[in-house]
Design a protein around this ligand. Structure first.
Ligand code: URA
Length: 238
């Protein structure tokens, strides 16, 4: 092998190793080789992308009702819709309710929620009641597992309705599932956190999920989230 080719191969291997290490940090232990999916079809009716323009949180909640659209309904105690200022500039989207949220009916009130509240109130000096907080799915997945694709797609309409109703200036996605959903692709959170994206014209800042920070409570991770939240808050104030 000539020298230049050998060096290029080593660079590719180093990059691949770095990428695999990032995935391992996020808990990925295996891969499935999937056939490429065709691109999503654009809406065929010519209807606006946000079919719920002019909607309110009350209307979205009323449409959700006593939802039994997916299997998560069977295990839930309370449906967890959302919490906070209906006119918030800053919106946080998590994954799905945990145990405390399922019992109380409010998002982010367990340990991860306490950390999120501290990050908002101390990190960016906003009362929690000033922002709006919700999740991708509104019912607790059993054992806090990641919501399944079918559960996410069933509930997505209601998250879209919440975004449409609140019309935040900035959305902060917490962790891989929420970030992947709004970025429209399977992302590695360590790669995309701290970088700006867009969802339906709204700036999106992905950051680490507070549950991840609790598991890896390092100064570096806390600083990164703080930087992401500061950037999000500054943009929301513009
Ligand atoms: N984790 C989430 O993603 N959402 C909650 O509401 C609580 C914990």
């Amino acid at each position: 092998m000539d020298r230049a080719l050998g060096e290029e191969a080593r660079q590719v291997l180093r990059a691949a190793r770095g990428w695999l290490e990032e995935l391992a940090e996020e808990g990925v232990t295996s891969f499935e080789i999937a056939a490429a999916k065709p691109a999503a079809k654009p809406p065929s009716s010519g209807a606006p992308e946000t079919a719920q323009t002019g909607t309110t949180l009350e209307a979205v909640r009323a449409e959700l009702g006593d939802c039994t659209r997916c299997g998560l309904a069977e295990g839930r105690t309370k449906l967890v819709f959302g919490d906070g200022n209906p006119n918030a500039d800053l919106m946080f989207v998590g994954e799905g309710p945990g145990e405390q949220e399922d019992l109380s009916g409010l998002p982010f009130v367990g340990r991860a929620g306490e950390l999120l509240t501290r990050m908002i109130e101390r990190g960016i000096a906003l009362p929690r009641s000033e922002v709006y907080i919700c999740n991708i799915v509104k019912c607790r997945p059993p054992g806090n597992r990641t919501p399944l694709a079918t559960e996410v797609s069933t509930c997505r309409h209601f998250l879209d309705g919440q975004i449409e109703a609140v019309q935040p200036k900035v959305i902060v996605t917490l962790g891989k599932p929420a970030s992947s959903l709004l970025l429209g692709r399977d992302i590695a959170i360590t790669r995309v956190r701290g970088t700006w994206h867009e969802y339906k014209g709204i700036p999106v800042m992905p950051t680490f999920h507070p549950a991840f920070i609790l598991r890896q409570y390092t100064e570096q991770n806390r600083r990164l989230v703080w930087e992401d939240l500061k950037a999000a808050a500054a943009r929301a104030q513009q």
